[in-house]
Every structure is written in C-alpha cells, then in structure tokens.
Design a protein around this ligand. Structure first.
Ligand code: SF4
Length: 372
C-alpha cells in the first residue's frame, strides 16, 4: 500500500542533463561518480555500466587533463547514461569535452580565469544546450573568503556560489545547478537552506567526504534527509569511501524512506527476538541479496511473530508473519497461504517474483492500451 510523501518540494527551474530532467517537478535524480582512472576507458565504462544497473540517473567522471578528455570521448561513445565532466580550472578541457558530447560541465566560472576564457566555456555550453554545475566545497574556498570569514561557514559557501552565479548572470546563462558541500552536516544544511531562497536553479545535494560506508551513510541520511524534508534538493549524490554502486543504493534508500522516489523492494523487517518463529535476520539478508535486480517498487514486510506481523503485513503489498508450526504469508494485506521454515526463503523469493511479473504485465498492458 503506497503512502504519498507529505513533502512539498521547492519549485526550481528545470534543466536537462542529457535526457534527464533535473528540477521542476522531475523526480529527484540519483547520481554517483566514477573512481577509476578516466584514461582506463575499459574500467571506467564497466564501472559506469554497474552504476547504471544500480539505477543511477546521471554519473560524473573527473577529467583532470587533456588525455582524460580524449578518454572521456571514447567513454561517451560506449555508455548511454548522461555524463557530467568534473573539471577544475582548465577551460580547454571544458571546450574539448563539450565537443565530445558531455551532458553537463562541473566547473566553477570564477576559477577559469580570463574573461575571454570564461566566455568561451559559457558560449560552448550555450551552443550545445549543456548545463553547468557550480560546485562549492568547504575544503577549497577562495582565499579571499577564507580571510573574510576566518573558516568555512554557511555564509562563506553561499557567497562563493553567488560569485560564480554572478558571472553566469553577466553572460545571461541560466542553465545551471548548484552544490554547496561540506563534510559537516550543520554547515551543509544551513548553506543549502540559505541559497534555496536566493536562487531559482536546481540544487545538487551532498555531504562531501562523508566517510566510509557506515558512517557516511548515516551522515548523508541525516544531512540530506533534513534538506529533503524541507523540500530542498533536485538531485543527490551520497559520497562514500566505498563502491559507487553503494552510493546509488543508499541514495535510493534515502529517497524511498521519504517516499520521494520508489525503486525496487522496500523491506520492512523486525529486528527479531526470542519470539521469532523463523530466522528473521538470515531470511531478510538472503532476500535482499537475491532480489537486488528487482526494479518494481513494492513493500514487503518480514516479521518474526504475531506481535507486529499481522499489522505490518496488512499495510504491505506482501507480508510474512512468523507462526508455529507454519508461518503465514499475506498478499495485498490478506492471509494467502502457510509457509514452512524449511523452504521459506525459496518460497518467498518465488512468490515475490511472481507478483513482480504480474505487475510488469499489468504495466505493459496499460502502456499498450495508451499507445493504441
Ligand atoms: S515482531 Fe515478534 S519476533 Fe519481531 S521483534 Fe517483535 S516480538 Fe520479536
């Protein structure tokens, strides 16, 4: 049973990153970044495909020099996901990747240097409908702002972003999005809240250098969660010192828990205790691993006993309540059949996949009817 998200999103001006809309009423886009050597085309393409299979909408690739720019062109030809090129300072790299088919330039106009170079990059972007992402990071604030504020603050991050935005404004270029990242949750949240009321462009959310898989997930969930609850955020990247595929999974889990996007199975499971009638933790972990490929959104409740089982099962699309001698399986909130512990995980996987197939057939039938 689906519940609508109570969140009212900030109205932002929509931009297009390749064929993916960001901002406006578009779904919040989930993105990650490759961590391979960009010049290793084969490894980078393989990683982009893995990130895409995990459900990513957009992927960013760092392009530190001209060799990497040429490699970027080869990568572009082999993947379909919209690509953002991450560029610092060198305007020639931006011009080259624009020719080679980049979908978004992550470059700060204030770091490009001479005005003719800034104009060249902005004109190349404008001519090819390529948006720009301004990315301010607390770790690399301009020297003048470090002197003015003494240390990174939300105000300093916003002022830095506004300097870059002013340059784009002077060139009458409005197709941009902005990120203001710090590794400190309060600073990041305050900075985004401040800029959200000052500009109409979409915001790319992230807690930078959040940490390893566990601590980074917690930090990102809290920081991004606070902003998303405020309706702020049009695209997100969870930064983890981990496999980028995990960043996508955590990103979707954050959006799923706020009902802002659905993808794959939303599991509801009890922590288990001595009342459990089957091994909840093992069953839950096995199902999560076996059903990773499922994109259909669905709530599945796995609950160890009748204390909370029937209540959760009634609210979910599919539910299991532990019982003795057999467990009770629910479909669409109603008791459906009894399942034995000996074959429990296999039976659950089969029943969930049958339901996924039915839903896919129904969706295809609806699409076919609408195309008639
Ligand atoms: S639902 Fe039952 S098994 Fe699960 S934690 Fe609660 S009492 Fe324990």
């Amino acid at each position: 049973m689906k519940h609508e998200s109570p969140i009212t999103r900030r109205k932002s001006r929509q931009i297009m990153v390749g064929n993916v809309p960001v901002g406006g009423d578009a779904p919040i886009a989930v993105q990650s970044m490759t961590n391979t050597n960009t010049c290793d085309v084969e490894a980078t393409v393989a990683q982009i495909k893995a990130i895409q299979d995990a459900g990513a909408d957009i992927v960013r690739v760092s392009v530190p020099d001209m060799d990497a720019a040429e490699a970027f062109g080869k990568i572009r030809q082999q993947v379909s996901l919209p690509l953002v090129a991450d560029i610092h300072f060198d305007y020639k790299i931006a011009l080259r990747v624009a020719e080679l088919g980049v979908d978004c330039l992550r470059i700060n106009p204030g770091n490009i240097g001479r005005d003719d170079r800034v104009s060249a990059v902005i004109n190349a972007a404008r001519d090819r409908n390529i948006p720009i992402r301004i990315g301010v990071n607390a770790g690399s604030l301009e020297k003048s702002l470090q002197r003015k504020y003494g240390e990174p603050t939300p105000e300093a991050l916003v002022e830095s972003a506004m300097r870059h935005i002013d340059i784009l404004d002077r060139h009458d270029f409005q197709d941009f999005k902005v990120s203001l990242k710090a590794s400190e949750v309060f600073m990041t949240v305050a900075a985004y809240r401040k800029i959200a009321s000052q500009i109409e462009q979409p915001l790319h959310l992230g807690i930078t250098e959040a940490g390893g898989f566990r601590s980074g997930t917690v930090k990102s969930s809290i920081g991004l969660g606070m902003l998303l609850m405020d309706g702020i955020g049009d695209t997100i990247r969870v930064s983890l010192a981990a496999d980028p595929v995990q960043e996508i999974k955590v990103g979707f889990d954050i959006l799923k828990s706020l009902r802002l996007r659905s993808r794959g199975i939303n599991f509801i499971a009890c922590p288990s205790c001595s009342r459990q009638n089957f091994d909840v933790i093992q069953t839950m972990n096995d199902l999560e691993a076996r059903l990773e490929d499922v994109n259909t959104s669905m709530d599945v409740a796995i609950i160890g006993c009748i204390v909370n089982g029937p209540g959760e099962a009634k609210e979910a699309d599919i539910g299991l309540t532990g019982g003795s001698p057999k467990n009770l399986f629910y479909m669409h909130g109603k008791p459906n059949q009894k399942l034995d512990n000996a074959t429990l995980t296999d039976d659950l996987e089969r029943l969930i996949r049958e339901e996924v197939s039915k839903r896919k057939e129904q969706e295809e039938a609806i699409i076919a009817r609408s195309e008639d």
